[in-house]
Design a protein around this ligand. Structure first.
Ligand SMILES: NC(=O)c1ccc[n+]([C@@H]2O[C@H](COP(=O)([O-])OP(=O)(O)OC[C@H]3O[C@@H](n4cnc5c(N)ncnc54)[C@H](OP(=O)(O)O)[C@@H]3O)[C@@H](O)[C@H]2O)c1
Length: 165
């Protein structure tokens, strides 16, 4: 089963110059840890490069077209064929979490059954965006009340797929 996790601004912005557009938000970081710990993460090469390194207690599948890109690590697998890995992850019994960035979110959305979306109530200058999604295909639940941190207000939502049109 494929899920995804993302934090977005008011305009679905997710990144700027290879990083998140906002400062680290500690409650969002904790939420990300809770939703991903012990699971397999599927991500693009650029998102992997934006991390401090291989994340503890999670397996990483990194998508790259670059034949020179290799990562030797027991919790990393590099794949070249995105469609094939999406089909493989969709058929898996365990939850595999799409971790970004924009190109991987866009390609994986049709395969995803659950979305963990942190909505940040602010607008940012950005160069990467989460794709638009059809609200009619999803049932949404809010996970708790809005949180205010460093002057920013944000809230966690879980979307479960209810149909495919
Ligand atoms: N707000 C959030 O929750 C969040 C989460 C994750 C990321 N981000 C942000 O998103 C931005 C990165 O997103 P991005 O879209 O630029 O990069 P990305 O999706 O992380 O990675 C793009 C790379 O993935 C590989 N790739 C993509 N499609 C492929 C395909 N069909 N086949 C094979 N390889 C493929 C390519 O690697 P090669 O070039 O090696 O071939 C491509 O350059 C950063 O700013 C990051 O901070 C935000």
């Amino acid at each position: 089963m494929l899920s995804l996790i993302v934090a977005i601004g008011r305009n679905r912005e997710i990144g700027k110059d290879g990083r998140m557009p906002w400062p680290t938000l500690s409650q969002d970081f904790k939420h990300l840890q809770e939703k991903t710990m012990g699971k397999t993460l599927l991500m693009g090469q650029k998102t992997f490069e934006s991390l401090p390194g291989v994340l503890p207690k999670r397996f990483h599948i990194i998508v790259s077209d670059d034949l020179n890109f290799h990562k030797e690590h027991k919790r990393v697998r590099v794949v070249r064929d995105l469609k094939q890995i999406l089909e493989e992850c969709q058929a898996a019994e365990e939850e595999i979490v799409v971790f970004g960035g924009a190109s991987i979110y866009r390609a994986s959305l049709p395969y995803v059954e659950r979305m963990y979306i942190t909505k940040i109530d602010a607008e940012y200058d950005a160069d990467t965006y989460f794709p638009e999604w059809n609200e009619e295909e999803w049932t949404v639940t809010a996970d708790g009340d809005p949180i205010t941190e460093n002057g920013l207000t944000y809230q966690f939502f879980t979307y479960e797929r209810s149909s495919r049109t």
